[in-house]
Design a protein around this ligand. Structure first.
Ligand SMILES: *Cc1c(COP(=O)(O)O)cnc(C)c1O
Length: 357
């Protein structure tokens, strides 16, 4: 197998330990003589995986009592609709920090009034707005903690005058989170906690049952809470890989240790972007994400973009093309991206500068 440095934005790099353990479970799951994709989801062996996965979530994120973690299908994109379906009675507040936030805003609009408290669209979402007011009569306030496409991030758990809900698709498990500040935290697993196909929802149970509309069974959080994510057949294989990924995070020392590594990795790359005359970062410094790092060629070197891409590719870099709405480059340094990969990319940038002197 060839060695690459995987900077894909999602699906993306996962731990080798988790992948190898998942391969074993594909061959022989828990000594059953069957593959994990052949066993009943009602078997005691599968139930053990569900129980362990939920308890790993609780332990790693230090989730307080009164919360439940659900593993659903549909992706974060289904949560854009499911969340207002369950929570929006009259009015909801949203912070518009990028394309994902915009998509969430659009879906909320089907259920009630949406107040956009602030937007960074004026500068192509290169910063996180501050100093806005959240209406006190909103049913909830929705934020996107990490803006995968633009490389901006809300680094702390904010205080909100109303129920705070968050799309944490691309920075969940990258740092310790004060879960008690949130009513709901949701996201697709395919960035930091597993493969595509499973969606996590951490939810404070007492916030439900307050809207007057009828909610179809599959879209009602209470259905999935009552049946512990087993109302219907769960996405078994993605959950299994997530389970192995969470075990890996634990062996790495948990979220404090993971965060320390993430901060170090991001600093290595940002320092090079700031030092190297050929490159410039696109996100405002105080809003910089530690997960997705966006940069472009500096003005005198605009014509070198393709040449750098080719050069980086020849050195094994994968997935560094920026999103089409930002251009340039994006390196995603998720939990499982090793420091060696970041050093290899930094090395490429330094060599490229030398070559163009
Ligand atoms: C990737 C991503 C999504 C979309 O997730 P799906 O699971 O593909 O629906 C939503 N929000 C953010 C912040 C993302 O990074």
């Amino acid at each position: 197998m060839k060695t690459v440095h995987n900077f894909n934005a999602g699906p993306c790099v996962l731990s080798k330990q988790a992948i190898n353990a998942s391969i074993e479970a594909l061959k022989d799951f828990s000594g059953t003589g069957m593959s994990v994709i052949e066993v009943s989801h009602r078997s005691k062996e599968w139930q053990a995986v569900m129980d362990e996965t939920e308890s790993l979530w609780k332990e790693l994120l230090n989730i307080p009592t009164g919360y439940k973690t659900l593993f659903l299908g549909g992706g974060a994109s289904t949560q854009f609709m499911m969340l207002p379906f369950n929570l929006l009675e009259k009015k909801a507040a949203y912070l518009e920090t990028g394309v994902w936030a915009k998509k969430a805003i659009k879906e909320a609009g089907f259920f009630g009034e949406v107040v956009k408290v602030a937007s960074s669209a004026d500068k192509n979402y290169t910063y996180i707005p501050v100093g806005y007011n959240v209406p006190k009569d909103a049913d909830y306030f929705h934020i996107t903690t990490n803006n995968t496409i633009y490389g901006t991030e809300i680094h702390t758990d904010m205080d909100s005058p109303v129920l705070l809900v968050a799309d944490m698709s691309s920075d969940i498990m990258s740092r310790p989170v004060d879960v008690a500040k949130y009513g709901i935290i949701y996201g697709g697993a395919q960035k930091n906690v597993g493969p595509a196909g499973v969606t996590f929802v951490i939810i404070r149970e007492d916030i439900l049952g307050k809207v007057t509309r009828n909610i179809p069974t599959m879209l009602d959080y209470r259905t999935h809470i009552k049946e512990s994510s087993m109302f219907n057949t769960p996405p078994v294989f993605p959950i299994l890989v997530m389970n192995e990924t969470l075990k890996w995070i634990k062996t790495e020392g948990g979220l404090q240790a993971i965060n320390k590594k993430n901060v170090e990795k991001a600093a290595l790359l940002y320092n090079e972007i700031d030092r190297n005359t050929m490159f410039v970062g696109t996100a405002e410094k105080t809003s910089r994400s530690i997960m997705n790092i966006c940069f472009v060629m500096s003005d005198p070197y605009q014509n070198k973009e393709e040449a750098f891409m080719e050069f980086a590719k020849s050195r094994g870099m994968v997935g560094i093309k920026g999103h089409r709405s930002v251009g340039g480059f994006r390196a995603s340094l998720y939990n499982a991206c090793p420091k060696e990969s970041v050093l290899a990319l930094v090395g490429c940038m330094q060599e490229f500068e030398q070559m163009n002197k």
